[in-house]
Write a protein that binds this ligand. Structure first.
Ligand SMILES: [Zn+2]
Length: 253
């Protein structure tokens, strides 16, 4: 089987290798595709020797509406199903990008299967964003040396272990990756680019940012760790302060 990405639509799929004829290519040959422009453009503000970015990647999407994203970082708390149900009430196939860590899936099998069922029945159109496997974080450690910049971090393992976890559950990883804490330096961003993944930041982390505007990448934590953000989402939604329509993250770059 192959995990493929369409270089124009950015949609991914898992397909039998026998159905494809593969030929080698280069970054140069692909550079004018939407995929390669997205890969190069995300986090282009991060420079070697410059400061660590606390919002690493694509922070704002194209056009009207909003790109709603929810992070499922590891936690002992249960999934905030009320947020998912609020999204479902917006109509069938409502797009929602969930940045999921492998450990969250491992520790919340029932909640994960519940999400998969909502996707399967068409209540939500979930795009799975890779949020690393372990979501490394050490409290009180300087941000410039924390998260995936900690010694011993293996970004390949962090990416592929989450992908394998998703695929073995019948799901298809998207072409997006969200760094733990949204924090990355130039070296990490370069490694992600080499793997042709699009880093995803956010310009409307609701508990930290002003209300979203047209094209905003909205960030909440439905993992139970940030109930204030979920409350704000509902409040903004009722007040019409979240631009419509909700759009697929694949349309953002
Ligand atoms: Zn996280």
């Amino acid at each position: 089987m192959l995990l493929t990405v369409d270089p124009q639509s950015l949609r991914t799929q898992i397909a039998p290798a026998a159905c494809w004829t593969c030929a080698p290519t280069t970054n140069e040959a692909q550079k004018d595709t939407r995929l390669m422009r997205a890969v190069a453009g995300a986090g282009a503000d991060i420079h070697k020797g410059g400061p660590v970015s606390q919002n690493a990647g694509l922070t704002h999407g194209a056009g009207e509406g909003a790109y709603v994203t929810g992070d499922l970082c590891p936690t002992a708390k249960p999934l905030d199903r009320s947020f998912i149900e609020t999204m479902m009430k917006q109509g069938p196939h409502t797009p929602l990008a969930l940045a999921v860590s492998g450990l969250w899936i491992k520790e919340h099998p029932a909640d994960f299967q519940w999400l998969v069922a909502r996707k399967r029945e068409g209540a939500l159109d979930i795009s799975w964003v890779d949020h690393s496997y372990r979501h490394r974080y050490t409290p009180k450690l300087d941000e410039t040396k924390n998260y995936l910049m900690q010694p011993g971090s293996n970004i390949d393992a962090e990416i592929t272990e989450t992908e394998k976890t998703l695929i073995s559950a019948g799901q298809t990883p998207s072409v997006f990756f969200r760094f733990p804490g949204l924090v990355a330096d130039a070296a990490l961003m370069e490694k992600l680019r080499a793997r042709h993944l699009v880093a995803l930041g956010a310009d409307a982390w609701l508990v930290l940012s002003p209300p979203p505007r047209a094209g905003s990448v909205v960030l909440v934590h439905p993992n139970g760790n940030e109930p204030a953000g979920i409350r704000l989402f509902s409040k903004y939604l009722e007040a019409g302060k979240i631009p419509r329509p909700f759009r697929r993250i694949e349309d953002a770059p």
